[in-house]
Design a binder for this molecule. Sequence first.
Ligand SMILES: Nc1ncnc2c1ncn2[C@@H]1O[C@H](COP(=O)(O)OP(=O)(O)OP(=O)(O)O)[C@@H](O)[C@H]1O
Ligand SMILES: [Mg+2]
Length: 336
Amino acid sequence: MIRTTHPAPPPLEVDGFSVTLHTPNVSVRPVDRVTYSVEAGEVLAVVGESGSGKTILNMAPLDLLPVGVDADMAGSVRFEGRDLLKMTASELEAVRGSGIGVVFQDPLSALNPVRKVGRQLTEGIERNLRLTPAQSESRAAELLALVGLPDPKSRMQQYPHELSGGQRQRVGIAMGISGEPRLLIADEPTTALDVTVQAQIVELLKDLQKRMGMAIVIITHDFGVVSGLADKVAVMYAGRLSELGSVRDVLVGPAHPYTRGLLQSVPSLTVPMDTKFVGLPGQPPNLAHRIDGCAFAPRCAEVRADCRGHRPGLLSVPRSSPGHLAACPVVVNQNI
Ligand SMILES: Nc1ncnc2c1ncn2[C@@H]1O[C@H](COP(=O)(O)OP(=O)(O)OP(=O)(O)O)[C@@H](O)[C@H]1O
Ligand SMILES: [Mg+2]
C-alpha cells in the first residue's frame, strides 16, 4: 500500500476574509476579502495607517473584538487547518489558551484590574502548560524577567494600575507568550516602549520564534520592527491588502504607490528601530461611505482616470518574486 503523507497545514490561512461591523447608526466593513497565509516559524508584519483594519482583521476571528461590537464575518481563517470562524466559543477559548497567544494593542484590555498581575499570569501558565502552582510562579517570574521587567517577584504582587504603561505592556507580552503558543498575534506590542526596550522585545520574539518554531503576526507602525523581525509584510489600506510580499521585496521594491508613500522616509533595509511612518498627504477614506474605484486614488500621485472605475484586487508584481502582489494595475502594468 502506498501512503501519501500530507504536509502539516500552516499555522494560519486567511482566505477571502471579511468583517462587517454593525453599530446602532451605521455598518462598516473594515476587513474586505483579505487573503494571506503564515507558514510555521514565519513572521508576518501587518502595516498600514490608523483605522485601516489591522486590529479587526486579527482580533475578530478570535472573538476578541471590544465588548458591544457586533460583527458579521465571511470567508475562512484556518489555524492549523481548522476554521476559527466555525469554532464554538469553548473551542476558541481552548485554541486561544495554548495554540494561539495574543498580545493586545491596549495592555489594559488583557488585564483584570482587580487581580494581582502575578496571579493573572500564573493562572494561564498552570492551565496551558499543566505546571504546578510553584512551577508556574517561577515560570511567570522568569517570563517577566525575559520581557525586561525589573524586580519581577515584587511586580507580581501589584495590581495593573500600579504599573506604568510600559510595564503593563511588558506584562501583556509575557501573558501572550506564556502558553508557549504555536502562533502569536501581537498587536503593536512595542508602541509605548522606548527604543532600547523595543529592540529587546524584538530580540525576545525572534528568540522564541527560533526556539519554539513559533509563527508570529505582528501589527506595527514601525519599519525598524518590520525589517528586524519579519519575513513577510502585508500592507493594509481601507480594509484591504494593498501589497503583500517578502520584507525584502516590499521594502526594497515597493510596488503600490501607498507602500511607497509609507516608506518615503526610510533610506534602506537597515532601518533603525523607531522609524515611524511619515505622514502621507490627505486622509484614508471613511469606511462608512461607499468606496468606488481604488480607495487610494484620491491621494495617489500616479492616479489615472480608470482607477476610479473599479477597486483593483492583488496582482503579481512583474520582475519580482512570485509571492509579491500589489493591488494597483497602473503600476503593475507599467513595469512590464
Ligand atoms: N468599536 C468600533 N465600532 C465601530 N467601528 C469600529 C470600531 N472599531 C473599529 N471600527 C472601524 O474599523 C476600522 C478599522 O479599525 P481597526 O481598529 O482595525 O484599525 P487599525 O488599523 O488597528 O488602527 P490603529 O493603527 O489605530 O490601531 C475603523 O476605521 C473603524 O471604521
Ligand atoms: Mg489597531
